[in-house]
Design a binder for this molecule. Structure first.
Ligand code: SF4
Ligand code: SF4
Length: 291
């Protein structure tokens, strides 16, 4: 993420609490607890490739039984993802995905402490260790560090360290660049959401129109032009994304452009001229998708 974009995002989205910030914070906590920490900790679903104590629905079971039992919830979850992405686009990317959550945490810490400070680096490192430990707990009982063989401890420690380093790199360097260029799930959701019925729209407000300040463009983590998601032809896509996808399918519905625009009009006591909308006007097919 470019320095100027980084700065603009910090000033408008984190220093000033806008329309979506509060909702997203609660959602982040819910997602972290419900989907990341609680399932393995409570035994709702957990694998243990060291001790062989796999759990499904709070009962210990064999690896194959656990996998087999999980197939139906897995199918249902994926069906929901397909329907949601097809109908309303990439809200999962903008609101639920843990990658976006930790990217926002990193932005907030950078704003609070400064990018070069020890406090910032150590806070990010601590979060990386905690998140990586939560991730590891899905696949191995961490008692392996106390009771496992040297080989088992070495393998787990190397995986743990690698995951921690990847999360740290995501928080300090990549942030939303990962979503913009490299996330394979994002490509999948974008293809599913080619014809979804939601998006960002510009309100035609005569008494306080758009100021053409371009702040919405600057803060957009996907490098889109929020005012022209419907009107503009598909741009060349970044990274592993396919060329020719409609800009609306690339939009992760994060609402950062809406918040930035609210910030622009804040001193006038008005809301911004961008809003999240719903309707057939958003059904913009791909121009010519190149696989
Ligand atoms: S256009 Fe707006 S809602 Fe879409 S990704 Fe960009 S900032 Fe987020
Ligand atoms: S932030 Fe709002 S006022 Fe500024 S260019 Fe975007 S839509 Fe217009």
């Amino acid at each position: 993420m470019a320095k100027s974009q980084n700065k603009a995002r910090q000033v408008t989205l984190h220093a000033n609490r806008q329309r979506y910030t509060g909702i997203r914070r609660w959602l982040d906590v819910f997602v972290a607890l419900a989907f990341v920490l609680l399932p393995p900790m409570t035994g709702l679903l957990k694998f243990d490739f060291w001790g062989g104590k796999h759990y499904y629905l709070f009962q210990e079971s064999s690896f194959l039984d656990t996998l087999s039992a999980f197939k139906w919830p897995f199918l249902v979850i994926n069906l929901i993802i397909i329907i949601v992405s097809h109908q309303i686009g990439r809200y999962l990317c903008g609101w639920v995905c843990p990658t976006g959550v930790i990217a926002r945490w990193a932005e907030e810490l950078e704003l609070r402490f400064g990018a070069k400070s020890w406090s910032y680096r150590s806070s990010v490192a601590l979060i990386s260790v905690i998140v990586a430990t939560g991730g590891m707990y899905w696949f191995v009982d961490l008692n392996v560090y106390l009771e496992g063989s040297l080989t088992a401890q070495g393998i787990v420690a190397a995986s743990h360290l690698g995951l921690t380093a990847a999360i740290y790199y995501e928080m300090v360097r990549l942030r939303f660049d990962f979503c913009k260029k490299w996330c394979p799930s994002g490509v999948y959701f974008a293809v599913l959401g080619q014809m979804s019925r939601t998006g960002i729209q510009l309100i035609d407000r005569k008494e306080a129109p758009c100021k053409e300040c371009d702040l919405c463009d600057t803060v957009c983590p996907m490098d889109l032009a929020p005012r022209e998601l419907v009107a503009e032809p598909a741009p060349d896509s970044h990274g592993i994304y396919l060329n020719g996808m409609s800009p609306l399918s690339l939009c992760i519905r994060c609402g950062d452009c809406v918040s930035a625009c609210d910030y622009v009009f804040k001193s006038e006591g008005k809301g911004g001229v961008l809003e999240m909308g719903f309707g057939e006007q958003f059904e913009v097919p791909a121009q010519k998708m190149e696989v």
